[in-house]
Write a new protein. Structure first.
Length: 198
């Protein structure tokens, strides 16, 4: 994951992980992720997994944790703008709730099967933007073990955490420019219309 092993941004990265973890289990979620954009020369965003709440666990706990497989699999996937839950949230700049990952066609929710294996039944994507600007800097995704839509109270609490997360993300260095990647290399069918499920 970007930044995880670089000494120059180790502390900012750890700060992002800490804030992300604070928005996960305490608010009733099982797993939290942050996806950051790497821009191609033509300006298109390719979203890559930057960090997860899983990283907050001690190293010895992570080694034997079944969730490690989900995290490692997710780290191999990139989402083009408009594709998958992270890509759609980036494109729309709006939160998106996937009520039941089990009923979404596998070709449209690439991680659906492995998500269910780990007890994840629904997912919430939230755009992250620095306060006072509409320019996004990342997308947060949270997985839940229930189908219950987050309450107003949970969304309000998430809003406060997302503002903290935006400040933490701002301390991270920008990702290098990416080479153009064909959509069929991003793990999504090149014919998949934007707006379909993750």
């Amino acid at each position: 994951m970007a930044g995880a092993d670089s000494s120059s941004d180790a502390r900012p990265h750890a700060a992002v992980v800490r804030v992300l973890a604070e928005a996960t289990a305490p608010l009733g979620f099982l797993h939290g992720e942050m996806w950051r954009p790497r821009f191609t020369p033509n300006g298109s965003a390719v979203l890559e997994l930057a960090c997860t709440s899983f990283e907050e666990l001690p190293a010895e706990a992570r080694a034997g944790e079944p969730l490690r497989h989900f995290v490692e699999s997710s780290a191999t996937i990139k989402f083009a703008q408009g594709y998958g839950l992270p890509g759609r949230v980036w494109a729309s700049a709006q939160p998106e709730w996937t009520h039941d990952v089990r009923v979404v066609p596998p070709q449209n929710f690439m991680r659906g099967e492995i998500a269910v294996t780990h007890g994840f039944l629904s997912a919430l994507g939230i755009p992250i933007a620095p306060e006072g600007t509409a320019e996004l800097c990342a997308v947060a995704v949270f997985f839940s073990g229930s189908h219950d839509e987050p309450s107003v109270e949970i969304m309000s609490a998430l809003g406060a955490v997302m503002r903290r997360l935006a400040r933490a993300v701002a301390a991270l260095p920008d990702l290098p420019t990416a080479s153009p990647i064909p959509l069929n290399r991003l793990g999504v069918p090149h014919t998949l219309p934007a707006g379909d499920e993750d």
